[in-house]
Design a protein around this ligand. Structure first.
Ligand code: BF8
Ligand code: SF4
Length: 635
């Protein structure tokens, strides 16, 4: 099977093969054929009487030992995946909220509030008064309200209730899926899916949706606080792919998710002393910070840091032989990394107490002494550089320009150059006129189950041709960045005439002298909420609800439980949501039917599972057409 469409990744895997180093693709091959029970969701290990499996054939068992049938097993499994995703985004958001509080209390001096306007905007939205109060007083109240969203409360979560349309809130109330606590939603999901609790598959799925809405709240909170502490992104030009590693610099990759670590390391890497130290160690170009995965998106948008790679190809950064340290926090970090680093001089540095990996070097990162920890990390990388083996260095000469940093605020600012009084009007007018046929948000990961980036490339070409505006986050951003789709040239090459005209008009108003890039990079996975903010603003302005908009989402190469949680809240938000990999639900007719059809009657959104990318694009275009007709627009 083809492993990747990306030349740089293939070159790095080639290095691995020559040196006898195993990569994710070799480990996948060793797993084949994967278990059919697991693939269809028909196994359960929720109690010690198991594991139980249900036979998809006539003659095998139709229930587990306790009597759980296929529908119960599959819905419980899916619900637990959503809960795990929510716990991850919740952990990230809570970490941010605690740091904001410490910042406000003067206990985290390395985290001053950078974006006071964003702080005041968030405060205004959630009802924290700003009149005559100091920034730290406001920040402390915002942080406390954020922390209150984690435990069980009587009213809906602040970060859910204040960020969606009134219509959505009513729908969520009607179906009893309003979350009342982020952590408590995770706990409730674990409770109701343990041995002998919820055995009604539809009720279990509604529970999963409630938990997914808690995930949404956590994502939105994480984005808000990241902007408050580190600045709201504005468009920047940088580069992407492994060619951003430099032979003559100390290369440090920041990998994981939370900007609490990566932003500080990036800031400290600008210090002259550390760059002098790198030069004295024999690296004439000093320090070179690069990003990997979502934290890579965070520092790409805020600091123009180039994105080396992402997701399924994370090992490739080490396989260049030129990476001196890979610094990680949490989530999506393959446990294989230290084993690969060991074949080179690379130091794999873990930083979080909940995310250690044997054989990695652990330098614990504390908010109170953040910059000090960051300096120690960088010094470790410089020392590792001295041990580089020149014979092992093989950096693929592959990288491309990528424009990033299209936050909601940046998009509104660009549109206001076209219409100052009413920035959303040009966007809406062009949707109405059909110059923008619809909008597709690409999110999620790369998986070993698809040749890396292949689905993204095939889908974007089809959608752009039909004038669909493309937004991207997470490793979808990584894919489009390294494949050259985040450039004005891609707009010229692939956009249909209507879309090209709009992107050119806005790009020229913004002084770019050409079109905006074909893909608007909205950030990391938690930043999917930036895209939903744009959709909410448009819906509110049109006086309709989200499920009526010609807006769709796609995760063409999904991997993680976080992606499952995000996909589930996208459906609850009313978006038709495409998955390019079949999730483990086919063992249950009820669950499959609810996710792909009945959900539409309840929420307007539903899953479209289609592994063929061209067919998937056609289906999304057809759905956009239906939505347009529903609004009385030309289809
Ligand atoms: O949160 S897209 S592989 S890095 S899960 Fe992970 Fe998937 Fe990448 Fe970011 Ni999102
Ligand atoms: Fe088997 Fe039921 Fe236990 Fe699951 S909960 S392992 S189906 S007995």
């Amino acid at each position: 099977m083809e492993k990747s469409t990306d030349k740089a990744t293939l070159s790095a895997i080639g290095n691995a093969a020559k040196s006898g180093i195993e990569t994710v693709w070799d480990r996948y091959a060793a797993q084949l054929p994967q278990c059919g029970f697991g693939q269809t969701g028909l196994c359960c290990r929720h109690c010690l009487q198991g594991p139980c499996r249900i036979s998809p054939f006539e003659d095998g068992p139709k229930t587990g030992v306790c009597g759980a049938n296929a529908d119960v097993m599959v819905s419980r499994g899916l619900s637990r995946a959503v809960a795990a995703g929510t716990a991850s985004h919740g952990g990230h958001a809570k970490h941010m909220a605690h740091t904001l509080l410490k910042s406000a209390q003067g206990k985290a001096p390395d985290y001053p509030i950078k974006d006071e306007a964003k702080l005041k905007a968030v405060a205004g939205r959630i009802g924290v008064s700003t009149e005559g109060r100091s920034i730290n007083e406001i920040a402390a109240d915002v942080a406390k309200m954020a922390l209150e969203d984690f435990s069980e409360r009587e009213s809906p979560l602040t970060w859910a209730a204040t960020t969606v349309t009134k219509g959505r809130v009513d729908t969520f109330l009607k179906f009893g899926v309003v979350p009342t606590g982020i952590d408590s939603s995770v706990a409730e999901s674990m409770h109701r899916t343990t041995y002998g609790v919820d055995s009604d598959p539809v009720n279990i799925l509604l529970g999963a949706i409630k938990c997914a809405l808690a995930d949404y709240s956590a994502c939105h909170m994480a984005t808000d606080i990241a902007d408050i502490l580190f600045g709201t992104p504005t468009p920047v030009a940088t580069r992407a792919n492994l060619g951003v590693l430099k032979k003559n610099a100390v290369n440090i990759a920041l990998h994981g998710h939370n900007p609490l670590l990566s932003d500080i390391v990036t800031q400290v890497a600008d210090e002259k002393g550390l760059n002098d130290m790198a030069r004295a160690a024999g690296a004439p170009e000093g320090l070179n910070i690069v990003g990997v995965c979502c934290t890579g998106n965070e520092i790409m948008m805020r600091h123009k840091i180039p994105l080396a790679t992402s997701s399924v190809s994370q090992e490739a950064a080490i396989l260049t032989g030129a990476l001196d340290a890979m610094v990680v926090d949490y989530q999506c970090i393959m446990p294989s990394l230290p084993g690969i680093a060991e074949c080179y001089h690379t130091r794999l540095i873990t930083t979080m107490p909940i995310a250690k990996i044997p054989k990695a070097l652990h330098i614990e990162f504390h908010e109170a002494t953040a910059k000090e920890s960051a300096r120690k990390i960088i010094e470790t990388a410089i020392n590792a550089f001295k041990k580089r083996d020149p014979n092992k260095i093989n950096i693929p000469d592959v990288s491309t320009t990528a424009f990033a940093g299209f936050s909601t605020e940046a998009i509104v600012a660009a549109l206001s150059l076209v219409n100052k009084e009413d920035p959303l009007k040009p966007l809406i007018d062009n949707i109405v006129a059909g110059n923008i046929y619809g909008v597709c948000l690409f999110a999620g990961c790369n998986t070993v189950k698809v040749a890396q980036d292949a689905n993204y490339i095939a889908m974007i070409k089809e959608l752009a041709k039909k004038n669909v505006l493309i937004l991207a986050t997470g490793c979808a951003s990584g894919a489009f960045a390294r494949q050259g789709f985040m450039t004005p040239e891609a707009t010229e090459k692939y956009a249909g005439p209507g879309l090209k005209a709009v992107l050119t008009a806005v790009g020229q108003a913004a002084g770019l002298g050409g079109p905006l890039p074909l893909v608007l990079h909205m950030g990391s996975c938690v930043d999917n909420t930036r895209a939903s903010d744009v959709a909410v603003a448009v819906a509110n302005k049109l006086g309709v609800d989200l499920h009526m908009l010609p807006v769709v989402a796609s995760a063409p190469e999904p991997v993680t439980e976080k992606a499952v949680a995000i996909g589930t809240w996208a459906v609850a938000a009313g978006l038709p949501t495409h998955l390019g990999v079949v999730p483990p639900v086919l063992g249950s007719k009820v669950v499959t039917e609810v996710l792909t059809s009945a959900a539409k009657d309840l929420f307007g959104g539903y899953f479209i599972v289609e592994p063929d990318p061209v067919k998937a694009a056609e289906k999304l275009i057809a759905v956009i057409g239906e939505r347009r007709k529903g609004l009385g627009l030309s289809a």
